[in-house]
Design a protein around this ligand. Structure first.
Ligand code: PGA
Length: 226
């Protein structure tokens, strides 16, 4: 490898959000939240409210999506959500072009990580199903670490891979991802093809907003090096 090129890199570690950034899962998560409410006879959140909570981890997500129900009902609601999500999990697909992009970044020598609101079991199942495990150096899930927007997952990735915050880049589709990056002092790029509407993302701090995977690849190609 060309030493000059290595020295000119702006980032060493690229941390990815999972749902809505790598995995095209927003509509499914929204439907499962709504179906879980219907199962139990609760008023369901509309699409916008249900989408807004994606990424916060299952417990915080449901509490924010369905604030009108008694706390005692949340464990049952969580169980119904999991039931519906598990039935659909294997039908979900990656956003077109993401696999190639991850493979290229890995081949170019970047460290790759995941910071997700998913559970460890859910992330590992998805990594395995899509045969992506070999691409990521470290992953963090909200149930084993900290929920977004707490910076804990990024701090742990920094520690585990020995990469300072200023050498990390976060890629995510929600304000929760971008706020986590701000709280950790990490640069971020927003993708607008996931759970949160572009207008909401544009109010958050990030280096750029990209509308699809080819645009993301183009942005990375130009901006990963100085
Ligand atoms: O809340 C979820 O399950 C999705 O989590 P993520 O968007 O942080 O990957």
């Amino acid at each position: 490898m060309n030493v000059d090129k290595k020295l000119a890199r702006r980032y060493d570690l690229i941390v990815w959000d999972w749902d809505g950034t790598i995995m095209d899962s927003t509509p499914t998560i929204v439907q499962c939240i709504q179906q879980a409410c219907r199962d139990l006879g609760f008023k369901e959140p509309d699409d916008s409210l249900a989408s807004s909570v994606i990424g916060l981890g299952i417990h915080d997500s449901l509490r924010r999506a369905v604030p009108w129900i008694e706390p005692a009902h949340f464990s049952k609601l969580t169980e119904r959500f999991r039931y519906h999500y598990l039935a659909k999990d294997h039908e979900l697909h990656l956003f077109k072009g993401v696999r190639d992009l991850l493979e290229k970044l890995r081949a170019d020598g970047y460290l790759l990580g995941v910071a997700t609101g998913k559970s460890r079991v859910g992330l590992d199942r998805s990594l395995q199903h899509h045969q992506l495990e070999h691409l990521f150096h470290e992953t963090r899930t909200a149930d084993e670490s900290f929920s977004k927007p707490h910076p804990g997952m990024l701090l742990e990735l920094s520690d585990a891979l020995q990469v300072p915050m200023r050498r990390m880049l976060m890629i995510g589709d929600t304000t929760h991802d971008l706020d986590m990056a701000v709280n950790a002092g990490v640069d971020a790029v927003a993708v607008t093809y996931g759970a949160h509407p572009p207008d909401t993302l544009k109010e958050s701090t990030s280096l750029a907003h990209v509308d699809d995977v080819p645009q993301l690849a183009q942005w990375l190609d130009t901006n990963l090096v100085i």
